[in-house]
Write a protein that binds this ligand. Structure first.
Ligand code: PGA
Length: 245
């Protein structure tokens, strides 16, 4: 069985005072039976690490290089040195706002591996692609392009995040999630010997009220949560639902 993961992506939210949320989360879950990860803005990684107890800390993006003349960029090894153990790559907001390609995302995942970090690689279709009936084709292209050949269950997590479900309150049906996750598992099995162990997360408007039914879907090993990860009171029940699943 893949390990179960409840990951929170704070996106561009949070300053030092918000670390109180992390302290609260870690006191509510001093010994979680699933992996819990919070990905705060890079400015907070180091302080977050000291407030997080058994909660893992992750980054939200990285440059492909280790260091150098790349103004405004941050490398995976820098985030590792600050206390991160994982890093999100290929989030749809990066793909859309920064025009990131699958090839670039694969390079970022490799930068994460080289730094000794787990890459949480995000994929997902737009509403137009879903309505055109091309969701599974989009998954094929994104998996082929953004998951490096040296991905393993130890260094990679895949997050399926339909773009139309992110921050919208709209969630696919459990049948739709099951179909896509089963497809992702099948596609990974063709390339990776340990594909059955690679955690597959669902992301997009996960909250307390829908977490349990999403976690009951086959091949869903956890969630990548945006809005509902910002406050301990919202994220804590999602962690508990995953522990019970
Ligand atoms: P959301 O974001 O939970 O706010 O929909 C999910 C994500 O972008 O990972």
């Amino acid at each position: 069985m893949p390990r179960k993961i409840a990951a929170g992506n704070w996106k561009m939210n949070g300053t030092a005072e918000d670390l109180l949320q992390l302290t609260a989360l870690s006191s509510a879950h001093p010994d979680p039976t699933v992996d819990v990860i919070i990905c705060p803005p890079a400015t907070l990684i180091s302080q977050a690490r000291t407030n997080a107890g058994k909660i893992g800390i992750g980054g939200q993006d990285c440059n492909t290089a280790v260091s150098g003349a790349h103004t405004g960029e941050i490398s995976a090894s820098m985030m590792k040195a600050a206390g991160a153990t994982s890093i999100i790559v290929g989030h749809s907001e990066r793909r859309t706002d920064h025009g990131e390609s699958d090839a670039l995302i694969a390079k970022k995942a490799q930068a994460a591996y080289a730094a000794g970090l787990v890459a949480i690689i995000c994929i997902g279709e737009t509403l137009a692609e879903r309505e055109a009936g091309t969701t599974l084709d989009v998954m094929d292209v994104q998996l082929a392009g953004s998951v490096p050949d040296d991905a393993t269950a130890a260094n990679t997590v895949i997050a399926y995040e339909p773009v139309w479900a992110i921050g919208t309150g709209k969630v696919p049906s459990t049948e739709q999630i099951a179909e896509v996750h089963a497809h992702i598992r099948r596609v990974l099995k063709v390339r990776f010997a340990d594909a059955n162990e690679i955690p597959l997360l669902y992301g997009g408007s996960v909250k307390d009220s829908n977490a349990a039914e999403i976690f009951a879907v086959d091949n869903v090993d956890g969630a990548l949560v945006g809005g509902a990860s910002l406050k301990a009171v919202d994220f804590s029940p999602i962690i508990s639902a995953l522990e019970k699943a």
